[in-house]
Design a protein around this ligand. Structure first.
Ligand code: ADP
Ligand code: ASP
Ligand code: MG
Length: 406
Protein backbone atom coordinates (compact mmCIF):
# COMPACT_ATOMS: atom_id res chain seq x y z
CA UNK A 1 0.00 0.00 0.00
CA UNK A 2 1.10 3.58 -0.57
CA UNK A 3 1.06 5.42 2.76
CA UNK A 4 1.55 9.13 3.37
CA UNK A 5 2.79 9.96 6.86
CA UNK A 6 3.28 13.41 8.37
CA UNK A 7 5.34 14.14 11.45
CA UNK A 8 4.87 17.48 13.24
CA UNK A 9 7.50 19.76 14.75
CA UNK A 10 7.57 18.21 18.22
CA UNK A 11 7.96 14.72 16.74
CA UNK A 12 11.23 15.70 15.06
CA UNK A 13 12.39 18.28 17.64
CA UNK A 14 15.86 16.81 18.28
CA UNK A 15 18.24 14.10 17.07
CA UNK A 16 16.81 11.45 19.35
CA UNK A 17 13.28 12.10 18.07
CA UNK A 18 14.47 12.14 14.47
CA UNK A 19 16.01 8.70 15.02
CA UNK A 20 12.79 7.50 16.68
CA UNK A 21 10.73 8.67 13.71
CA UNK A 22 13.26 7.22 11.24
CA UNK A 23 12.80 3.80 12.86
CA UNK A 24 9.01 4.09 12.56
CA UNK A 25 9.22 5.08 8.90
CA UNK A 26 11.64 2.25 8.17
CA UNK A 27 9.33 -0.23 9.86
CA UNK A 28 6.42 0.90 7.68
CA UNK A 29 8.58 0.55 4.55
CA UNK A 30 9.89 -2.85 5.63
CA UNK A 31 6.32 -4.10 5.95
CA UNK A 32 6.15 -3.79 2.16
CA UNK A 33 4.62 -0.32 1.82
CA UNK A 34 5.65 2.56 -0.38
CA UNK A 35 6.11 5.51 1.96
CA UNK A 36 5.92 9.24 1.37
CA UNK A 37 6.69 11.28 4.48
CA UNK A 38 5.90 14.96 5.00
CA UNK A 39 7.84 16.74 7.73
CA UNK A 40 7.44 20.01 9.63
CA UNK A 41 10.27 22.17 10.90
CA UNK A 42 11.90 20.93 14.11
CA UNK A 43 10.34 22.10 17.40
CA UNK A 44 9.93 25.88 17.52
CA UNK A 45 12.08 26.52 14.44
CA UNK A 46 9.36 28.40 12.51
CA UNK A 47 8.71 30.72 15.47
CA UNK A 48 12.43 31.21 16.02
CA UNK A 49 13.02 32.09 12.37
CA UNK A 50 10.14 34.56 12.50
CA UNK A 51 11.60 36.13 15.64
CA UNK A 52 14.97 36.50 13.93
CA UNK A 53 13.34 38.31 11.03
CA UNK A 54 11.56 40.58 13.50
CA UNK A 55 14.86 41.43 15.17
CA UNK A 56 15.79 43.06 11.89
CA UNK A 57 12.43 44.64 11.07
CA UNK A 58 8.91 44.37 12.45
CA UNK A 59 7.64 44.41 8.89
CA UNK A 60 9.81 42.11 6.74
CA UNK A 61 9.16 41.59 3.04
CA UNK A 62 6.66 38.74 2.75
CA UNK A 63 8.66 37.16 -0.05
CA UNK A 64 11.84 37.11 2.00
CA UNK A 65 10.02 35.87 5.10
CA UNK A 66 8.78 32.86 3.10
CA UNK A 67 12.32 32.24 1.83
CA UNK A 68 13.44 32.16 5.45
CA UNK A 69 10.59 30.13 6.98
CA UNK A 70 10.70 27.44 4.30
CA UNK A 71 14.26 26.55 5.34
CA UNK A 72 12.93 24.98 8.56
CA UNK A 73 11.18 22.14 6.74
CA UNK A 74 14.12 21.66 4.38
CA UNK A 75 16.42 21.05 7.37
CA UNK A 76 14.05 18.40 8.73
CA UNK A 77 13.81 16.37 5.53
CA UNK A 78 17.56 16.42 4.89
CA UNK A 79 18.29 15.29 8.46
CA UNK A 80 15.63 12.57 8.24
CA UNK A 81 17.11 11.25 4.99
CA UNK A 82 20.50 11.00 6.73
CA UNK A 83 18.89 9.26 9.71
CA UNK A 84 17.23 6.71 7.42
CA UNK A 85 20.52 6.12 5.61
CA UNK A 86 22.18 5.20 8.91
CA UNK A 87 19.50 2.51 9.33
CA UNK A 88 20.32 1.15 5.88
CA UNK A 89 17.16 2.51 4.23
CA UNK A 90 17.07 4.12 0.79
CA UNK A 91 15.60 7.61 1.19
CA UNK A 92 15.65 10.95 -0.59
CA UNK A 93 14.48 14.39 0.52
CA UNK A 94 12.68 16.81 -1.80
CA UNK A 95 11.54 20.39 -1.41
CA UNK A 96 8.49 21.89 -3.14
CA UNK A 97 10.49 23.24 -6.07
CA UNK A 98 12.07 19.84 -6.70
CA UNK A 99 8.92 17.75 -6.92
CA UNK A 100 6.63 20.55 -8.07
CA UNK A 101 4.05 21.88 -5.64
CA UNK A 102 2.60 24.93 -7.35
CA UNK A 103 0.72 27.37 -5.19
CA UNK A 104 -1.08 30.68 -5.52
CA UNK A 105 1.18 33.67 -5.07
CA UNK A 106 -0.01 35.06 -1.71
CA UNK A 107 3.05 34.86 0.50
CA UNK A 108 2.43 33.53 3.99
CA UNK A 109 -0.93 31.96 3.17
CA UNK A 110 -0.71 30.46 -0.31
CA UNK A 111 -3.11 27.79 -1.55
CA UNK A 112 -2.06 24.64 -3.35
CA UNK A 113 -2.88 24.82 -7.09
CA UNK A 114 -1.20 21.76 -8.52
CA UNK A 115 1.04 18.91 -7.43
CA UNK A 116 3.33 17.18 -9.88
CA UNK A 117 3.78 13.51 -9.01
CA UNK A 118 6.35 12.43 -11.64
CA UNK A 119 9.43 12.94 -9.49
CA UNK A 120 7.84 11.39 -6.41
CA UNK A 121 6.64 8.37 -8.37
CA UNK A 122 9.99 7.85 -10.00
CA UNK A 123 11.72 7.94 -6.60
CA UNK A 124 9.17 5.47 -5.22
CA UNK A 125 9.82 3.23 -8.23
CA UNK A 126 13.50 3.25 -7.25
CA UNK A 127 12.38 1.96 -3.84
CA UNK A 128 13.21 5.20 -2.11
CA UNK A 129 11.37 6.46 0.92
CA UNK A 130 10.42 9.98 -0.21
CA UNK A 131 10.74 12.79 2.35
CA UNK A 132 8.80 15.92 1.47
CA UNK A 133 9.28 19.36 3.01
CA UNK A 134 5.81 20.40 4.23
CA UNK A 135 4.32 23.89 4.50
CA UNK A 136 6.01 25.24 1.36
CA UNK A 137 5.15 25.79 -2.30
CA UNK A 138 6.31 27.60 -5.41
CA UNK A 139 4.27 30.28 -7.10
CA UNK A 140 4.12 30.97 -10.83
CA UNK A 141 7.02 33.38 -10.57
CA UNK A 142 9.17 30.51 -9.21
CA UNK A 143 9.23 32.14 -5.80
CA UNK A 144 9.00 30.18 -2.55
CA UNK A 145 5.69 30.49 -0.72
CA UNK A 146 4.37 29.12 2.57
CA UNK A 147 0.89 27.71 3.00
CA UNK A 148 -0.12 29.13 6.41
CA UNK A 149 0.84 28.18 9.97
CA UNK A 150 0.27 24.50 10.63
CA UNK A 151 -0.08 23.73 6.92
CA UNK A 152 2.25 20.74 6.75
CA UNK A 153 -0.91 18.75 7.49
CA UNK A 154 -2.38 20.18 4.31
CA UNK A 155 0.70 19.26 2.26
CA UNK A 156 0.32 15.68 3.53
CA UNK A 157 -3.39 15.34 2.76
CA UNK A 158 -3.01 16.97 -0.67
CA UNK A 159 -0.24 14.50 -1.52
CA UNK A 160 -2.29 11.57 -0.22
CA UNK A 161 -5.20 12.64 -2.45
CA UNK A 162 -3.01 13.19 -5.50
CA UNK A 163 -1.09 9.92 -5.08
CA UNK A 164 -4.25 7.94 -4.25
CA UNK A 165 -2.63 6.77 -1.02
CA UNK A 166 -4.33 4.04 0.99
CA UNK A 167 -4.19 6.28 4.07
CA UNK A 168 -2.72 9.47 5.44
CA UNK A 169 -1.33 9.25 8.96
CA UNK A 170 -0.73 12.48 10.89
CA UNK A 171 1.75 11.83 13.72
CA UNK A 172 1.80 14.39 16.51
CA UNK A 173 2.45 14.84 20.24
CA UNK A 174 -0.97 13.65 21.43
CA UNK A 175 -2.42 10.24 20.62
CA UNK A 176 -5.45 11.43 18.70
CA UNK A 177 -8.23 13.98 18.57
CA UNK A 178 -9.75 14.61 21.97
CA UNK A 179 -13.06 16.09 23.09
CA UNK A 180 -11.04 19.20 24.08
CA UNK A 181 -7.36 20.15 24.12
CA UNK A 182 -5.94 17.53 26.53
CA UNK A 183 -3.42 20.11 27.73
CA UNK A 184 -6.26 22.29 29.03
CA UNK A 185 -8.78 19.61 30.01
CA UNK A 186 -6.85 16.71 31.55
CA UNK A 187 -9.87 14.40 31.56
CA UNK A 188 -10.72 15.04 27.90
CA UNK A 189 -11.59 11.82 26.09
CA UNK A 190 -9.89 10.51 23.01
CA UNK A 191 -12.26 10.01 20.09
CA UNK A 192 -11.85 6.79 18.14
CA UNK A 193 -13.41 8.42 15.14
CA UNK A 194 -14.88 11.73 14.07
CA UNK A 195 -16.65 12.86 10.90
CA UNK A 196 -14.99 15.22 8.44
CA UNK A 197 -17.57 17.92 9.19
CA UNK A 198 -17.09 17.82 12.94
CA UNK A 199 -13.31 17.75 12.53
CA UNK A 200 -13.51 20.67 10.14
CA UNK A 201 -15.42 22.72 12.68
CA UNK A 202 -12.98 21.78 15.46
CA UNK A 203 -9.96 22.64 13.30
CA UNK A 204 -11.43 25.88 11.99
CA UNK A 205 -12.43 26.98 15.48
CA UNK A 206 -9.01 26.72 17.04
CA UNK A 207 -8.12 23.06 17.78
CA UNK A 208 -4.73 23.12 16.12
CA UNK A 209 -4.30 19.35 16.07
CA UNK A 210 -5.16 19.49 12.33
CA UNK A 211 -4.86 22.39 9.89
CA UNK A 212 -8.38 23.23 8.73
CA UNK A 213 -7.58 23.11 4.99
CA UNK A 214 -6.19 19.59 5.45
CA UNK A 215 -9.60 18.46 6.69
CA UNK A 216 -11.37 20.23 3.81
CA UNK A 217 -9.17 18.39 1.34
CA UNK A 218 -9.56 15.07 3.10
CA UNK A 219 -13.32 15.43 2.86
CA UNK A 220 -13.28 16.54 -0.76
CA UNK A 221 -11.05 13.68 -1.92
CA UNK A 222 -12.23 11.14 0.61
CA UNK A 223 -8.78 10.63 2.12
CA UNK A 224 -8.69 8.23 5.05
CA UNK A 225 -7.07 10.41 7.68
CA UNK A 226 -5.64 9.09 10.95
CA UNK A 227 -4.29 11.25 13.79
CA UNK A 228 -1.92 9.44 16.16
CA UNK A 229 1.13 9.80 18.35
CA UNK A 230 4.70 9.50 17.13
CA UNK A 231 5.77 8.49 20.63
CA UNK A 232 3.45 5.53 21.27
CA UNK A 233 1.64 2.73 19.48
CA UNK A 234 -1.78 3.83 20.75
CA UNK A 235 -4.49 3.65 18.14
CA UNK A 236 -5.30 7.12 16.92
CA UNK A 237 -8.44 8.86 15.75
CA UNK A 238 -9.89 8.10 12.32
CA UNK A 239 -11.39 11.07 10.49
CA UNK A 240 -13.80 9.82 7.85
CA UNK A 241 -17.33 10.01 6.54
CA UNK A 242 -18.32 6.64 7.97
CA UNK A 243 -18.21 7.93 11.51
CA UNK A 244 -21.33 9.98 10.80
CA UNK A 245 -23.35 6.93 11.80
CA UNK A 246 -22.11 7.47 15.33
CA UNK A 247 -23.36 11.03 15.53
CA UNK A 248 -22.25 12.40 18.83
CA UNK A 249 -24.18 14.93 20.82
CA UNK A 250 -21.01 16.88 21.45
CA UNK A 251 -17.82 15.72 19.80
CA UNK A 252 -15.55 18.46 20.99
CA UNK A 253 -14.84 21.87 22.44
CA UNK A 254 -12.35 24.26 20.83
CA UNK A 255 -10.91 27.57 21.98
CA UNK A 256 -9.48 30.22 19.70
CA UNK A 257 -7.52 32.81 21.67
CA UNK A 258 -6.37 34.68 18.62
CA UNK A 259 -9.48 36.85 18.38
CA UNK A 260 -10.08 40.63 18.58
CA UNK A 261 -13.44 42.34 18.91
CA UNK A 262 -14.34 45.63 17.26
CA UNK A 263 -17.46 47.65 18.11
CA UNK A 264 -18.83 50.49 16.03
CA UNK A 265 -20.94 52.36 18.52
CA UNK A 266 -23.82 54.64 17.54
CA UNK A 267 -24.09 54.16 13.78
CA UNK A 268 -27.19 55.45 11.98
CA UNK A 269 -30.01 52.89 11.94
CA UNK A 270 -30.57 52.81 8.16
CA UNK A 271 -30.22 50.26 5.33
CA UNK A 272 -26.79 49.73 3.79
CA UNK A 273 -24.55 50.40 6.81
CA UNK A 274 -23.60 46.75 7.42
CA UNK A 275 -23.04 46.29 3.70
CA UNK A 276 -20.65 49.26 3.58
CA UNK A 277 -18.68 48.20 6.65
CA UNK A 278 -18.24 44.56 5.71
CA UNK A 279 -17.57 45.13 2.03
CA UNK A 280 -14.82 47.62 2.92
CA UNK A 281 -13.24 44.99 5.16
CA UNK A 282 -13.64 42.26 2.53
CA UNK A 283 -11.87 44.45 -0.03
CA UNK A 284 -8.82 44.38 2.27
CA UNK A 285 -9.16 40.57 2.55
CA UNK A 286 -10.01 40.79 6.25
CA UNK A 287 -12.25 37.92 7.35
CA UNK A 288 -14.91 38.79 9.85
CA UNK A 289 -16.29 36.13 12.10
CA UNK A 290 -19.01 36.65 14.71
CA UNK A 291 -21.27 39.64 14.05
CA UNK A 292 -23.76 41.19 16.44
CA UNK A 293 -26.01 44.16 15.75
CA UNK A 294 -27.86 45.58 18.70
CA UNK A 295 -31.51 46.57 18.55
CA UNK A 296 -31.73 50.20 17.46
CA UNK A 297 -32.31 52.99 19.97
CA UNK A 298 -32.63 56.71 19.19
CA UNK A 299 -32.23 55.79 15.52
CA UNK A 300 -28.75 54.42 16.12
CA UNK A 301 -27.26 50.93 16.37
CA UNK A 302 -24.10 49.29 17.62
CA UNK A 303 -22.35 46.77 15.37
CA UNK A 304 -19.79 44.44 16.94
CA UNK A 305 -17.74 41.77 15.19
CA UNK A 306 -14.58 39.73 15.58
CA UNK A 307 -11.43 39.44 13.44
CA UNK A 308 -8.16 37.52 13.91
CA UNK A 309 -5.72 39.43 16.17
CA UNK A 310 -3.32 39.80 13.25
CA UNK A 311 -6.00 41.70 11.28
CA UNK A 312 -7.00 44.12 14.06
CA UNK A 313 -4.76 47.03 13.07
CA UNK A 314 -5.70 46.75 9.39
CA UNK A 315 -9.43 46.50 10.19
CA UNK A 316 -9.34 49.60 12.42
CA UNK A 317 -7.50 51.56 9.78
CA UNK A 318 -10.09 50.61 7.12
CA UNK A 319 -12.92 51.78 9.38
CA UNK A 320 -11.20 54.98 10.46
CA UNK A 321 -10.43 55.91 6.85
CA UNK A 322 -14.07 55.53 5.80
CA UNK A 323 -15.54 59.09 5.92
CA UNK A 324 -18.99 57.79 5.05
CA UNK A 325 -19.14 55.79 8.27
CA UNK A 326 -20.76 58.18 10.73
CA UNK A 327 -20.77 56.85 14.27
CA UNK A 328 -20.23 57.88 17.83
CA UNK A 329 -16.97 55.98 18.28
CA UNK A 330 -15.14 52.75 17.45
CA UNK A 331 -13.83 50.64 20.32
CA UNK A 332 -11.90 47.38 20.41
CA UNK A 333 -10.77 44.55 22.68
CA UNK A 334 -7.45 43.34 21.25
CA UNK A 335 -7.53 39.85 22.77
CA UNK A 336 -10.61 37.87 23.60
CA UNK A 337 -11.43 34.14 23.45
CA UNK A 338 -13.91 32.32 21.24
CA UNK A 339 -15.07 29.06 22.73
CA UNK A 340 -16.98 26.65 20.50
CA UNK A 341 -18.89 23.48 21.24
CA UNK A 342 -19.18 21.16 18.24
CA UNK A 343 -21.32 18.11 17.60
CA UNK A 344 -23.26 16.67 14.68
CA UNK A 345 -25.93 15.45 17.11
CA UNK A 346 -26.70 19.00 18.17
CA UNK A 347 -29.09 19.65 15.32
CA UNK A 348 -31.49 16.99 16.56
CA UNK A 349 -31.01 17.46 20.32
CA UNK A 350 -32.59 20.53 21.84
CA UNK A 351 -31.06 21.72 25.07
CA UNK A 352 -27.38 21.68 24.12
CA UNK A 353 -27.22 25.48 24.09
CA UNK A 354 -28.92 25.71 27.48
CA UNK A 355 -26.41 23.22 28.90
CA UNK A 356 -23.50 25.27 27.56
CA UNK A 357 -24.88 28.46 29.11
CA UNK A 358 -25.54 26.70 32.41
CA UNK A 359 -21.96 25.44 32.53
CA UNK A 360 -20.70 28.99 31.98
CA UNK A 361 -23.03 30.36 34.62
CA UNK A 362 -21.79 27.69 37.08
CA UNK A 363 -18.28 29.14 36.93
CA UNK A 364 -19.38 32.75 36.66
CA UNK A 365 -18.26 33.37 33.09
CA UNK A 366 -19.82 36.30 31.26
CA UNK A 367 -20.76 35.88 27.58
CA UNK A 368 -20.15 38.80 25.21
CA UNK A 369 -21.51 37.32 21.98
CA UNK A 370 -23.17 34.11 20.83
CA UNK A 371 -23.39 32.52 17.40
CA UNK A 372 -24.71 29.15 16.32
CA UNK A 373 -24.84 26.84 13.32
CA UNK A 374 -26.41 23.41 12.85
CA UNK A 375 -23.49 21.68 14.49
CA UNK A 376 -21.90 24.27 16.74
CA UNK A 377 -22.38 26.97 19.34
CA UNK A 378 -19.71 29.63 19.79
CA UNK A 379 -19.46 32.17 22.58
CA UNK A 380 -17.11 35.08 22.99
CA UNK A 381 -15.68 35.35 26.52
CA UNK A 382 -12.77 37.05 28.28
CA UNK A 383 -9.43 35.30 27.65
CA UNK A 384 -8.77 34.80 31.35
CA UNK A 385 -12.04 32.85 31.63
CA UNK A 386 -11.29 30.47 28.73
CA UNK A 387 -9.64 27.54 30.54
CA UNK A 388 -12.18 27.55 33.38
CA UNK A 389 -15.03 27.70 30.87
CA UNK A 390 -13.78 24.77 28.75
CA UNK A 391 -13.34 22.61 31.81
CA UNK A 392 -16.81 23.40 33.12
CA UNK A 393 -18.53 22.70 29.79
CA UNK A 394 -16.49 19.55 29.35
CA UNK A 395 -17.52 18.26 32.79
CA UNK A 396 -21.16 18.99 32.12
CA UNK A 397 -21.21 17.06 28.84
CA UNK A 398 -19.05 14.34 30.37
CA UNK A 399 -21.89 13.71 32.82
CA UNK A 400 -24.33 13.55 29.93
CA UNK A 401 -22.05 11.03 28.19
CA UNK A 402 -20.09 12.69 25.44
CA UNK A 403 -20.46 9.71 23.16
CA UNK A 404 -24.22 9.60 23.41
CA UNK A 405 -25.51 8.19 20.14
CA UNK A 406 -28.63 9.58 18.53
P1 ADP B 1 2.27 19.23 15.33
O1 ADP B 1 3.50 20.00 15.66
O2 ADP B 1 2.45 17.75 15.43
O3 ADP B 1 1.62 19.66 14.05
P2 ADP B 1 0.39 20.84 16.84
O4 ADP B 1 0.99 21.53 18.01
O5 ADP B 1 0.15 21.64 15.61
O6 ADP B 1 1.26 19.56 16.53
O7 ADP B 1 -1.00 20.17 17.26
C1 ADP B 1 -1.06 19.29 18.36
C2 ADP B 1 -1.60 20.02 19.57
O8 ADP B 1 -2.97 20.38 19.35
C3 ADP B 1 -1.65 19.20 20.83
O9 ADP B 1 -0.42 19.23 21.52
C4 ADP B 1 -2.80 19.83 21.63
O10 ADP B 1 -2.32 20.69 22.66
C5 ADP B 1 -3.53 20.69 20.61
N1 ADP B 1 -4.98 20.42 20.58
C6 ADP B 1 -5.94 21.38 20.60
N2 ADP B 1 -7.16 20.83 20.58
C7 ADP B 1 -7.00 19.49 20.53
C8 ADP B 1 -7.91 18.38 20.48
N3 ADP B 1 -9.25 18.55 20.47
N4 ADP B 1 -7.39 17.13 20.44
C9 ADP B 1 -6.05 16.94 20.45
N5 ADP B 1 -5.14 17.94 20.50
C10 ADP B 1 -5.59 19.22 20.54
N1 ASP C 1 6.38 24.67 10.51
C1 ASP C 1 5.12 25.28 10.15
C2 ASP C 1 4.51 25.96 11.36
O1 ASP C 1 5.07 25.94 12.44
C3 ASP C 1 4.17 24.30 9.51
C4 ASP C 1 3.70 23.17 10.38
O2 ASP C 1 4.26 22.88 11.43
O3 ASP C 1 2.72 22.51 9.97
O4 ASP C 1 3.47 26.57 11.24
MG1 MG D 1 0.37 21.27 13.53
Amino acid sequence: MLIVQKYGGSSVADTERIMNVARRIFKTANAGNKVVVVLSAQGDTTDDLKARANEITPNPSKRELDMLLATGEQQSVALMAMALHTLGAAAISLNAAQFGLLSTSTHGNARIRKIDTDRINSELDKNNIVLIAGFQGMNRYDDVTTLGRGASDTTAVALAARLHAGKCEIYTDVDGVYTADPRIVPNAKKLNNISYDEMLELASLGAKVLHNRSVELAKKYNVRLIVRSSMSDAEGTIVWEGSKVEKMLVSGIAVDENVSRISIVGVKDEPGIAFRVFSALAKEKISVDMILQSIGRNRTNDISFTVACDDLAAALSVLEKDDTLICDHISNVPKIAKLSVIGAGMATNPGVAATVFEALYDVDVNIHMISTSEIRISVLIDSEDAKRAVRSIHDKFGELNVNLSV
